[in-house]
Design a protein around this ligand. Structure first.
Ligand SMILES: [Zn+2]
Length: 226
């Protein structure tokens, strides 16, 4: 199994608190979705999964909009915060710039950004209208990704790498991803990425896909259990 939670890009991080006045409202919206996802086990930390590393992360754009590619700033959950029961502004980092080709992220905040920040940046580069990215770990969707006809990144491509970014770009060009914005990461166990114009749009497609996957379980087994 591939190691979870390890940062694979060069990080230039400035330590210091983020302004509640500027970022509090965006963090609140993100914390809302993070709490919902944690309740469903889609974000978290479990000694039985991924060697006990925290998993799943959420981000949302901040202005200026739309911003040039590579410089579409976003607030993202801090590295290894998946298992934390509560979230506050200090648990989010601001990614200001990301250089996919150079594999480098520039950020600030009281915590370092998620090791999957590069993947979030690649999604924001797909369009200035994209304002939220939810990265969940969902076995029930991931195992049925082909049956659900989800756009899938290639098997050998791991999270947080330049190759993952180019796979996301390939899916946006070659599939209906921008119309139904949820993809599965075949090379990243249980990994799915939903996005949208808002947290509500990203969350809605993730919840709808989860329900479709659970319906498929019911069809396979004649029943479905919590
Ligand atoms: Zn992941």
């Amino acid at each position: 199994m591939v190691e979870e939670g390890v940062t694979r890009f060069a990080a230039a991080h400035a330590d210091g608190p983020l302004s509640a006045r500027r970022f509090g409202a965006v963090a609140a919206g993100l914390a809302g979705w993070r709490t919902v996802l944690a309740g469903l086990g889609l974000v978290g930390q479990d000694p039985k999964r991924y060697g006990g590393a925290g998993y799943g992360n959420v981000s949302a754009r901040v202005g200026p909009f739309p911003g040039p590619r590579g410089a579409r700033p976003f607030l993202i959950s801090g590295t290894q915060t998946g298992g934390w029961p509560c979230a506050e502004l200090a648990d989010f980092a601001l990614v200001e710039r990301y250089d996919i080709a150079g594999n480098r992220v520039v950020s600030r905040g009281a915590i370092r950004p998620s090791s999957e920040s590069m993947t979030h940046g690649a999604v924001y580069d797909l369009g200035g209208h994209i304002r939220c990215v939810l990265h969940a770990h969902c076995p029930v969707i991931w195992r049925r990704r082909k049956a659900l006809r989800l756009p899938c990144t290639a098997d050998g491509v791991d999270y947080g790498t330049p190759e993952m970014a180019s796979e996301i770009d390939r899916l946006a060009r070659g599939t209906a991803l921008l119309d139904a914005p949820l993809l599965a990461m075949s090379g990243h166990e249980d990994g799915v990425v939903a996005f949208g114009r808002s947290g509500d749009e990203a969350g809605a497609i993730l919840m709808a896909t989860l329900a479709r996957a659970e319906a498929m379980v019911f069809e396979e087994r004649g029943r479905v259990c919590r």
